[in-house]
Design a protein around this ligand. Structure first.
Ligand code: EPU
Length: 337
């Protein structure tokens, strides 16, 4: 059923926990309801607010926030090895991962414990521990708000890259994701190459789906703050991709700097924004209600009572310190409204 709220406080609808208001927020269950919203309201300004894990409101929102509430999960095909599952947008991401692990299905286990809804996952191509959601996606189904019709995009049409997709560019302000289809499989394919994952998995007795999920939940839990306890949006910044010559200059000066090659592109390299912020002396640094997390410098936290504007101001300060020390520009991963 469609629900409309006016002058609604967004404090419990964004993981930063900032208090801002929206003029209107509409929840919808079905595509027909969504179509009716556009036919009846003709919203000139709108934004999809899923679980609010990657959005920072810096002021009250004077348009229409649109929140999907559809969350069914349906197995479309199962040939004994490959399983195709359709999951609706409002399904909690980690509940989907937990279900796939309990069902013996491989493909998303490395993405355990990422705070997200399923519908938001393709937008920024969520990724962690050597995996990205694009590797498990077969189709993204969205509502085209210009044509008022449902469109299905194959994975290869989604423009996926590091924290990138077509939904952040050509389809920004056009597409509202309704469901995602995933290809999972029963043959084990452990992906343990990233950081401490192999060590944590072996400590639990080897590479089973359950052990991988437990290991990743433990690693994340040890570094990343729980938004229910400390407002945050995960990584606030993207890891910057810089020309190789810049990376080499920095490696000369800082030989222990983490630096990663990018597949199919040997002209650029990816640096670790968390390391750059940490080495700038800002890990655990706090100004008023906002700070850099003390166990993972990539994460900005609301220590309680911060406004979105304060978070933004603090983020700009962090960028300027990194720019001055390293000559590298770091940019937000979070959507800033
Ligand atoms: N590092 C530091 N100090 C810090 C943080 C990191 O020195 O405070 C160093 C680490 O020691 C390591 C390197 O920086 O050498 C990279 O750190 P880490 O492996 O913790 O990962 P990350 O690059 O900081 C990315 C994702 C995370 C994801 C992890 C694990 C981005 C922007 N972030 O973080 O994603 O969980 O890898 O795969 O790509 C998120 O998107 O919200 C998120 C948490």
């Amino acid at each position: 059923m469609k629900r409309i709220y006016n002058d609604i406080n967004l404090e419990n609808r964004n993981s930063f926990g900032v208090v801002q208001y929206a003029t209107t927020l509409v929840e919808f269950d079905t595509c027909e309801e969504l179509k009716a919203i556009f036919e009846e309201m003709h919203p000139a300004k709108w934004y999809v607010l899923g679980a609010g894990n990657n959005t920072l409101f810096t002021k009250d929102y004077d348009g229409v926030l649109i929140t999907p509430t559809c969350s069914k999960r349906t197995i479309l095909e199962d040939d004994g090895e490959n399983v195709c599952v359709r999951v609706e947008a409002a399904h909690d991401w980690d509940e989907f991962v937990a279900w796939s692990v309990e069902s013996g299905l491989w493909g998303v286990e490395n993405l355990s414990a990422i705070p997200s809804s399923v519908g938001a996952a393709p937008v920024q191509n969520i990724g962690a521990y050597g995996a990205e959601v694009k590797d498990a996606i077969s189709v993204v189904e969205y509502f085209d708000t210009n044509k008022l019709e449902v469109v299905r995009l194959k994975c290869e049409e989604c423009g996926f890259g590091y924290r990138e997709s077509i939904f952040k560019h050509e389809l920004r302000g056009v597409a509202i994701i309704l469901a995602v289809e995933f290809n999972l499989h029963r043959t084990p394919s452990p992906n343990l190459g990233y950081g401490d994952v192999i060590k944590e998995v072996e400590a639990r007795g080897g590479a089973t789906l359950k052990n991988i999920r437990e290991a990743i939940c433990a690693i994340r839990g040890s570094k990343l703050p729980d938004p229910k306890e400390l407002g945050n949006a995960g990584s606030f910044f993207k890891n910057p991709i810089v020309p190789k010559i810049v990376a080499e200059r920095l490696l000369n000066e800082y030989p222990s700097m983490p630096c990663y090659a990018i597949a199919n592109n040997d002209e650029v390299m990816k640096l670790a924004a968390g390391w750059l912020i940490d080495q700038s002396g800002l890990k655990g640094y706090r100004e008023g209600h906002v700070g850099v997390h003390d166990r993972q410098a990539l994460v900005l936290v609301n220590h309680g009572g911060a406004t979105g504007g304060e978070v933004l101001h603090f983020a700009e300060f962090v960028c300027s310190v990194v720019r001055t020390k390293f000559g590298v520009e770091i940019t937000p991963e979070v959507n800033i409204l």
